[in-house]
Design a protein around this ligand. Sequence first.
Ligand SMILES: Nc1ncnc2c1ncn2[C@@H]1O[C@H](COP(=O)(O)OP(=O)(O)O)[C@@H](O)[C@H]1O
Ligand SMILES: [Mg+2]
Length: 139
Amino acid sequence: MKIVEDYDPSLPATFVDGDQMLQVFLNLIKNAAQASEGESGTIRLKTFYDMSLRLRRKDGTASLPLNVEIYDDGPGLPAELAPDIFEPFVSGRENGTGLGLALVSKIVSDHEGWISVDSVPGRTVFRISLPVAPKDAPS
Ligand SMILES: Nc1ncnc2c1ncn2[C@@H]1O[C@H](COP(=O)(O)OP(=O)(O)O)[C@@H](O)[C@H]1O
Ligand SMILES: [Mg+2]
C-alpha cells in the first residue's frame, strides 16, 4: 500500500501518553490497511490546526485544535455497522475482535479528545481532535 504523510510542521504540542497514542494510530492504520486488502490502496496521514473546533466544558471553554486524520480509499464502513463502530465486539471482519475502535475511542476520550469518522465507499476518514498542551506542561 502507499502511505502519504502530510504533516503541519508548525503545530503546537499536545499532551498525551505516547504508548497509548501509538496504540490509537496503529489500530487506525491497521484497520485502514485491512479494509483495502487485496487492492493497492492509499493511506493518508494528515495533521492540521483547526481553531474553529471548540468545546465548552464546565470549567469554561476548551478548544480541540490539533487534528490528526487517517484516510483510506477502501470500501468504507459496512453500512449496518457504522452506527456502532466504536462499541466493543462490533466487527465486520471474519477474525476480528471488534475491540480496536473501542480501545481507540476510550484512549482518545481519556485524553479529553474527540474521535469522529466520515465514511463513504472509496473515502473513509477517522479524525482525532486533541487539546493543546497547557503552557506549564512538561515537554
Ligand atoms: N478504515 C476502515 N474501512 C472500512 N471499515 C472499517 C475501517 N475501520 C474499521 N472498519 C470496520 O469496523 C470494524 C471494527 O473495527 P475494530 O474495532 O478495529 O475491530 P476489528 O478490526 O477487530 O474488526 C472492522 O471490523 C471493520 O468492519
Ligand atoms: Mg481493528
